[in-house]
Design a protein. Structure first.
Length: 202
């Protein structure tokens, strides 16, 4: 009797140990897959945002090259783009009036003006997780006609765009919940199978 009891205890311990190891392995696998999927979605979104920013920048430069200095209507239409939370076009001349308001450059925009390199980073904007891209608008030969005090290669303005990335986190959270539930069912089924198998063996 004690021998049977000992075998039962042994099978129980082996079943529990197997389940613990399996749970750890599945958890690690889910974490890796979740991180990979999140990074994949984020990189795709970053590429889309970069392409949008480049297209908007080219449109602005093209308009200015053709003597259209008032692009207020265009910027208003741009703001209607899906996921775009804010659009800002600020001249490097701090005292210039844009839409009746004086706009100064923030720290990140000043950095872009100093380095003449675009900046691309995540941040919180009014409680929403966004990707912000800041692009310098640099004076070309065609710009000098209207901006006579500016030299070729100098920054004229910065274009700042903020895109919401909340949908990425929402989708990943839903997938994570689904994966955890499926993983729990898999572990439960395997545990039952192991326990039945152990009982059959003893």
């Amino acid at each position: 009797m004690s021998l049977v009891s000992g075998k039962t205890k042994l099978s129980l311990k082996m079943g529990i140990a197997f389940t613990v190891v399996l749970t750890i392995c599945l958890t690690a696998m889910f974490i890796v897959i979740y991180q990979y999927d999140t990074n994949l979605r984020m990189n795709r979104e970053k590429e889309n945002i970069h392409n949008d920013a480049e297209l908007i920048l080219k449109s602005i430069v093209f308009s200015m090259d053709n003597g259209i200095n008032d692009i207020t209507d265009y910027l208003t239409d741009v703001k209607k783009l899906h996921k775009l939370k804010s659009t800002s076009l600020k001249p490097t001349n701090y005292n210039k009036l844009i839409e009746g308001k004086r706009k100064s450059l923030d720290t990140e925009e000043n950095e872009v003006v100093s380095t003449l390199k675009s900046k691309f980073f995540p941040e919180k904007f009014k409680g929403t997780r966004v990707i912000r891209t800041i692009v310098p608008i640099i004076a070309r030969k065609s710009c000098i006609d209207c901006h006579s005090s500016t030299k070729i290669g100098q920054p004229l303005a910065t274009l700042s765009l903020r895109y919401s990335i909340e949908s990425i986190y929402k989708t990943n959270a839903e997938q994570l919940k689904s994966s955890v539930f499926k993983g729990f069912l898999i572990i439960l089924v395997i545990l039952i199978f192991v326990m039945v198998l152990m009982k059959m063996l003893v």
